[in-house]
Design a protein around this ligand. Sequence first.
Ligand code: SAH
Ligand code: MG
Length: 241
Amino acid sequence: MSELSAGAPISPVSPRQATDVLAVARLATGFMPDDEGLALAGVAGLVCSLPAGGGGDSIVEVGAYCGKSTMYLAHGVLAALAGGGCRSVPVVFSVDHHHGSEENQAGWEHHDVSLVNPDTGRLDTLPAWRRTVESAGVEDRVVALVGDSPTIAARWQTPAGLVFIDGGHGHEPAWADYGGWAPKVVVGGWLAIHDVFPNPADGGRPPYELYVRALESGGFLEEIGLGCGSLRVLRRVAPGS
Ligand code: SAH
Ligand code: MG
């Protein structure tokens, strides 16, 4: 049995497809600067070097919003597949309840009134996320998990080659994401955390605290060359939380 047989079939990918997805990422609404998105894509591509069944099948994104970072992840996978030499074909599982974080609600800094569903009066980013994924032509490579992140994490058994944490940035949601998802990263896989600001003047504390905890846990080592700006990338070197 080949290592690839446990994963999705490898359909040929052209470099052009990967470039098209990058163009969609760049145009999508969201909170991912291009240089950090490209760094994230690079890590997603590395997941293709893990064996299928050993993390290579799956990338988990926590915090999808309108699909911007989702498309950087998909771009990274497609670019790696187009390059060849892959051991696995990761699918991106993109977790979000799509009702926005605290900071996306009316009256807060990151509120976008165009994303409010007029029928319910609530923020709903799922239609925008779907349009993003559809326009990039990657519906076969990206799966939405619509719901509360810790609720999904508590029941999610699939080992992940990459977990990207960019969900709620308050103390409680950020720690729930860390506790729920970091343990899913296989040894040899990666944990990426967005909005890590060592200097409190630059941004909120919880993502930075998660990053520090991950390093102190002994389970992860930072791969400084893979990070960029507020995107920090750690590699799991020992099992655990
Ligand atoms: N990665 C995105 C930005 C994510 S914003 C980009 O590149 O643009 C953070 C997202 O986390 C919001 O869409 C919000 O709905 C989601 N979120 C916050 N708390 C959540 C929870 N408990 N469960 C699921 N999603 C959550
Ligand atoms: Mg972010």
